[in-house]
Design a protein around this ligand. Structure first.
Ligand code: F6R
Length: 241
């Protein structure tokens, strides 16, 4: 695992964006894995700027997002599909049909998850997977547990997670009870390269768990130690605490 310590959130966002841009410049039909949350917003702004400046072309790029609430209407203002449209896809020249987000309105969630994994495999896997990390070490919606599900699956959300995410909704009752998420197995097996961004003091404990090298289902991020090409981009606060 490589660790890059960045002077600021902006530097972290630029270095992360350069990895993705470099991948797309090397292979125009790259497959990129994407995350939601506050952490990648700066990186997305950089990708948008590179695209607007004519330096980066998304015409042949395919993306697969990590997770989505379930059930949720993709048009809901809190859906991760909306988040991605508003913060990236609407501002770059990606073809909407190539920008995949798990369908929160799918009737049959098992079929949706199985087809998502099949689709990733049919594209030859993910060239660069972008991740954030939760304060408790969660990745996507893979929460600390006695055991983890390897494939893309439905995850019932803990009250803690629903409570933490309720700030975006009108109240906790509005927060969906579950989510669909790539499993740690999908992330590790299907990604050729993984970059994880973490910023701020409150991510320090999670980063510490990850770099300790101990692999446990109580710390889903620790599974990234099983992958041979992971780079962490950390600001000083996330690294030092
Ligand atoms: C979202 C996701 C989550 C976030 C994590 C950190 O797609 O995968 O696991 O990466 O909750 O969120 P932020 O970046 O808001 O601190």
């Amino acid at each position: 695992m490589k660790i890059v310590i960045c002077n600021s959130y902006d530097e972290m966002s630029m270095l992360g964006a350069k990895v993705i841009a470099g991948q797309i410049l090397t292979k125009s039909n790259s497959v990129i894995g994407l995350a939601t949350g506050s952490t990648p917003l700066g990186l997305y702004k950089n990708l948008i700027k590179m695209n607007k400046d004519g330096l980066l072309d998304f015409t042949d790029v395919t993306t697969f997002n990590l997770d989505e609430y379930y059930p949720i209407d993709p048009k809901d203002k809190n859906s991760y599909r909306r988040f991605m449209d508003e913060n990236l896809f609407n501002h770059i020249n990606i073809k909407k049909e190539n920008a995949h987000v798990l369908n929160g309105a799918a009737q049959d969630y098992e079929k949706e998850c199985e087809e998502y994994d099949n689709n990733i495999r049919a594209h030859g896997g993910i060239d660069v997977m972008l991740l954030g990390i939760g304060r408790n070490g969660h990745i996507g919606f893979n929460e600390p547990n006695e055991s983890l599900v390897s494939a893309t699956h439905r995850q019932i959300l803990t009250e803690n997670t629903r409570d933490a995410n309720s700030r975006f909704f009108s109240g906790i009752d509005e927060v969906p009870k579950a989510a669909l998420t790539m499993g740690m197995g999908t992330i590790i097996k299907e990604s050729k390269k993984i970059i994880l961004l973490a910023s701020g003091k409150d991510k320090h404990e999670a980063v510490k768990g990850l770099v300790s090298g101990n692999i446990t289902s109580n710390d889903p991020a620790s599974y990234l130690n099983l992958h041979k090409d992971v780079t962490l981009f950390l600001d000083k606060e996330a690294f030092n605490g």
